[in-house]
Design a protein around this ligand. Structure first.
Ligand SMILES: [Zn+2]
Length: 423
């Protein structure tokens, strides 16, 4: 694969024979198109061999191999199998960061793509595309390094899916690797929808995620004599419904809260035994600090109050996960302009945040950042596309050239925009 990446990218020549110093959007988009076959091959190799969590040795190996032909400074992580690649531009200048997550989900793939995974894990959130697209951006920017004043950091991150890979990479110094804090950071995430559409917005783009678990304690007994036991099962069932009422009746409808109970556990397997305890767990998504604080403060009393009403006891754990990704207004306004120049009507402002969560938020808390969505459903699908995290999710890697070009162009333009004033 290394060999095939050593391709010539289109370089425009001006009338006087010198290569042009401006980097028009078309040169990046044409470069992305030229790289597409190699990026598709890389994406499919990653897709066929997904890895979950913070340790992704095979994925890391593929990324390092795909970057090997380039003159980059390469760093690998200690607490996780990350890759941080630094491209030094021809002249000194600011630093810009581009990030891709690389991990898959513990999910049996149910698609029929020829490169589907058979190892019990699946790239159902498109991180295989994110990884290949960022490799493409590195190749594009490397081809234009003579025009760059400043450095680009490529952040290949494991463990986005609940493992907090981004904060671990921050602890390991990804923001200080060039010696200068990045002036801007960008990440792209694929999702279902019309192929090739870019979406972003200023302000909150993703929800914060909070997990909760409730354990109801009663007293076990015989299924025929519930009055001699204290049955936790109907209490738990009431708590499931009580939590839904909590989410819909106690929050402003314009400050969205989504609560899903996703796990229920009770019983020994025997149909005539009342269990002594029962347990549920789930996730809450919020997009404002006020709603999050209210969830943390008041969710436990829903469970304990219902349990008390039935003479049982409930213990509740609430664990706040990733904060919301908040896009910086200036960075995002400029990003929308750059993307529109390159992709025209395929770029739109997202009307609202997604209730998904993303640990790019930790980067965006420290660096002015823009997270964008790239819609990538195959155009020939029957019916509605399956969502991210579905075993049926299919993303079209025909978008990889544009994805690479978009990230490269955003980085190149940010370096120019943040160049120290001449003189
Ligand atoms: Zn994801």
């Amino acid at each position: 694969m290394n060999k095939s990446f050593e391709m010539e990218l289109p370089v425009e020549t001006a009338a006087d024979g010198s290569s042009t110093t401006a980097a028009p959007a078309e040169r990046f988009t044409a470069g992305g198109t030229a790289l597409l076959p190699e990026l598709v091959a890389l994406r499919r190799a990653i897709h066929a061999e997904p890895e979950v969590g913070l340790r992704l040795p095979e994925t890391q190996r593929k990324v390092l191999a795909a970057l090997a032909p380039l003159d980059l400074e390469l760093h690998t992580g200690t607490a996780l199998s990350s890759v941080v690649a630094v491209l030094r531009g021809a002249r000194p200048g600011p630093t810009v960061l581009l990030r891709a997550d690389m991990d898959a989900l513990p999910l049996q793939e149910a698609t029929s793509v020829p490169f589907r995974s058979t190892n019990g894990a699946m790239h159902a959130c498109g991180h295989d595309l994110h990884t290949a697209g960022l490799v493409g951006a590195a190749h594009l920017l490397h081809a234009h390094r003579d025009e760059l004043a400043g450095d680009v950091v490529f952040m290949f991150q494991p463990g986005e899916e609940g493992f907090g890979g981004a904060p671990l990479m921050l602890e390991e110094g990804v923001l200080d690797v060039t010696g200068e804090r990045p002036v801007a950071a960008y990440a792209a995430h694929v999702g279902p929808g019309p192929r090739g559409t870019f979406l972003t917005r200023t302000g909150t783009v993703t929800a914060s995620s909070t997990t909760f678990a409730v354990e109801v304690s009663g007293r076990g007994g015989h299924g025929s004599r519930p009055h001699e036991a204290l049955d936790p099962v109907p209490v738990l069932a009431e708590i499931v419904l009580g939590l839904q009422t909590f989410a819909t009746r106690r929050f402003d409808a314009f400050d969205p809260v989504v609560l899903s109970v996703t796990n229920l556990a009770a019983g020994t397997g025997a149909d005539n035994i009342i269990p002594g305890s029962a347990r549920l767990s789930g996730t809450v998504r919020t997009t404002s600090p006020q709603a999050l604080a209210k969830v943390e403060a008041e969710l436990p009393s829903v469970a304990t109050g219902i349990a008390e009403a039935h003479a049982a006891t409930a213990t509740t754990e609430v664990a706040t996960g990733y904060p919301s990704v908040v896009n910086d207004p200036a960075t995002t306004g400029a990003a929308l302009e750059v993307l529109r120049e390159a992709f025209g009507a395929r770029v739109a402002e997202a009307p609202r945040p997604t209730m998904g969560a993303e640990d790019f938020s930790y980067v965006a808390q420290q660096v002015p950042a823009t997270m964008l969505m790239l819609l990538a459903s195959p155009p020939d699908l029957d019916g509605d596309p399956a969502p991210n995290h579905s075993p049926h999710a299919v993303f079209d890697d025909a978008v990889l050239g544009d994805q690479a070009a978009a990230l490269a162009l955003l980085a190149a333009r940010a370096l120019t925009a943040h160049a120290p004033a001449a003189g």
